[in-house]
Design a protein around this ligand. Sequence first.
Ligand SMILES: Nc1ncnc2c1ncn2[C@@H]1O[C@H](COP(=O)(O)OP(=O)(O)OP(=O)(O)O)[C@@H](O)[C@H]1O
Length: 253
Amino acid sequence: MESTDTILQVQGLSVSFGALRAVDSVDMAVRRSGVTSLIGPNGAGKSTLFNLISGAIRPSAGKVLFNGVNVTGWSPHKLLRAGMARSFQITNLFFDMSVRENLRLASQILEPAGKAWWPLSRSHRAAERVEEQLERFSLQGRADALAGELSHGEQRRLEIAVALASGPQLLMLDEPTQGMSHGDTQEAAQLIKTLSSEVGILLVEHDVNLVMDVSDHIVVLSQGKKLAEGRPADVRANPQVQAAYFGGAHAAA
Ligand SMILES: Nc1ncnc2c1ncn2[C@@H]1O[C@H](COP(=O)(O)OP(=O)(O)OP(=O)(O)O)[C@@H](O)[C@H]1O
């Protein structure tokens, strides 16, 4: 992979929980555009790798390079300011605030400290961004509703909008379609694909069909190690992947 195409590089990343090597010397890269997905059976280490990349936990060995800069051990907030946003499965929404207020706070994250709580009228740029996001994520009609009152599908859309509101270069999505209906999942897949032309996406998702549809590149983890990587068709055809994943006892993971 050309280094100029690469937004994120992971080198020899490892972490152990007691005797368990949950992530074991993983190398991988994410391009500036397109969708890179992480798949693997239950317990393969996907969430742990996500947590290592996004600064939620510290690695015991290895490096994370973002835009060529060594960001290993940076806090999630510092990474967000540098352009790495992660959606946290709804937990990053304020349920007792309106949809518009959720987006406003998220879009002001990059503004000087202390201004985030200014009234909307004081920050025109942020206000414009908020309206753009409302339209893009089909939430205009719900702008004044409390986030806690939205349907599950709407909350998932808002969550992605919130993660995007700070204008990141890398968007990390953690099971964005979990709990969605089939129709909402199809819409979310389309949205992810569209977004990936303007922002690099790293996706962890249990819905293998969705992963196969939207991904440009797939990394397969098994027992903390990288088992295989490549284009969707190549990964699906890989006998090791089939044995460990598609054909295995955890095929639905
Ligand atoms: N904080 C922790 N303390 C101890 N063990 C942990 C911790 N977090 C994860 N593990 C273990 O590390 C291994 C990898 O877990 P992880 O959640 O990263 O896998 P995963 O691929 O995301 O699984 P799933 O598909 O079930 O979400 C598992 O064996 C898990 O039990």
